[in-house]
Design a protein around this ligand. Sequence first.
Ligand code: BGC
Length: 251
Amino acid sequence: MQVLGIDIGGSGIKGAIVDTVTGQIVTERHRIETPQSATPEAIAAVLEQLVSHFNWSGLVGCGFPAAIQHGIARTAANISPSFIGTHIDKLFSEATKCPCYNLNDADAAGMAEMYFGAGVGQSGVVLLITIGTGLGTVFFTDGKLMPNTELGHLYLKNGIKAELYASDAVRKTEDLDWTRWGTRFNTYLTMMEKLFWPDLIILGGGASKKFDKFKGQITVEAPVKPAALLNQAGIIGAALYAQSKNTLTDK
Ligand code: BGC
């Protein structure tokens, strides 16, 4: 089956058509800058543009940078606060005139990695962290997803929220080299390991492409791997999620 997968991020909104059987992207990825205001209306308008770019009329799945409970956005860290309480499944379906299902962006990336990437066949506890504008987290226990863990918002010992200390956006704005940023990120990983004892940690998002540059700073005991699908995981996972929701409503 083909589904339009969309990854809504703090700086860009990226889409591609995904074959959900193979987990492959079957078109070029198309990226549009996230509008500065990042309001529900502005983001809905970008989704409409993506749907028309792909001349799409089928199912749409979106990874969204917030906790999403039954189609409703519950948080809004790097997007407009007016998203809180917005039924985004409804809003985006109306704007695109396509059935549209949303889930947290890290949950989407995690689904793709567990089905087709670095987590395939992994039992026990898997933690995936997306490193981008924020820090997104998702856990799987024996392959089962625990949705909406917002653990990029944990406070570190220095009193600073993890994503305001060790995200990729912070690396860029504070102009940290990979060693300094890697040391910061390792502080966060160490805390996560002490709290959750994952069997495997997968790193996704933009920084996952640069794993070689900071892996020397990582000291946790759990194996740490970069995401195999790199920054396409969010698009692929969003498509998988939409398909699973659509199958449920079909019954
Ligand atoms: C949001 C999460 C999201 C993460 C990565 C955080 O600021 O609260 O919901 O998964 O950023 O985009």
